[in-house]
Design a protein around this ligand. Structure first.
Ligand code: UDP
Length: 234
């Protein structure tokens, strides 16, 4: 496997081509941003931790029958993944009210939900990822009706799998964001699944062990990522 040119650099990751057109290398950086990149910083060894956590979670999803772009972890900061045509929609699943949902609806963080909530946002940094409805997604041709149905079913399934997995590690999966993409006509979960993209609260104390420690200047950011890594990666 030969590493080629970097063809994309985002806030937390760099993507490299390989000599196989079907495969790319996903490199995890320590850089962190929040509030639509108005807040910037680094979280020491975040890239290493997120690479490892994502590996474990992608392997878990695959074992449970959810297709993911993960192929193998190459080293501390890199994993080999299928090249996807990313659907420009961030899918958020929530088990408890937090973050933007708490703000938007004037609810207290931690308010329970009678059933999981699914939201879609249009992936656009300049626009700040605005929330969109199914209608927008279909009318703008971002996904077909069949794809959208599959995306939603997979997102809820991923929630059930991850909720149970984290619960066994004394963590509450409050909410998370996932992305999907197409590879040779088939849908896969892409991107990463880690404390940057999930809210994780310690059972009992409700201590935050995720990127909210960085967003909200709660301190012990590195410790939180390392702690999640210990529990997830064993
Ligand atoms: N999230 C993410 N990337 C984004 C927006 C949200 O990974 O661009 C994750 C976030 O970490 C949380 C969930 O999606 O686990 C719900 O985020 P929310 O809508 O509450 O937004 P936030 O409060 O992060 O602005």
């Amino acid at each position: 496997m030969k590493k080629g040119e970097a063809f994309y650099e985002g806030k937390a990751k760099i993507l490299y081509a390989t000599d196989n057109p079907d495969l790319i290398i996903q490199h995890f950086k320590d850089d962190a941003t929040a509030f639509n990149a108005q807040k910037r910083g680094t979280i020491r060894e975040k890239g290493i931790v997120n690479n490892k956590i994502s590996e474990v979670l992608f392997r878990l999803l695959e074992k449970e029958g959810v297709p993911t772009h993960f192929v193998e972890r190459l080293n501390d900061r890199e994993m080999l993944v299928r090249r996807l045509k990313i659907i420009p929609v961030e899918v958020i699943v929530r088990n408890l009210v937090a973050g933007s949902m708490a703000q938007r609806l004037g609810l207290e963080e931690g308010t329970p939900l009678a059933r999981p909530v699914l939201e879609h946002c249009y992936k656009s940094d300049p626009l700040g990822d605005p929330m969109v409805t199914e209608s927008h997604i279909l009318a703008l041709g971002w996904a077909s009706e069949a794809e959208l149905q599959q995306i939603q079913a997979l997102a809820f399934r991923v929630n059930e799998i991850l909720k149970e997995f984290f619960d066994r590690r004394n963590l509450i999966l409050v909410d998370f964001k996932i992305e999907f993409g197409l590879h040779r006509g088939k849908l896969y979960v892409g991107d990463e699944i880690c404390p940057d993209t999930c809210r994780l609260w310690e059972k009992g104390s409700l201590e935050k062990l995720d990127k909210d420690r960085f967003r909200r200047d709660l301190g012990k950011v590195e410790d939180a990522y390392q702690e999640v890594c210990r529990r997830v990666c064993g």
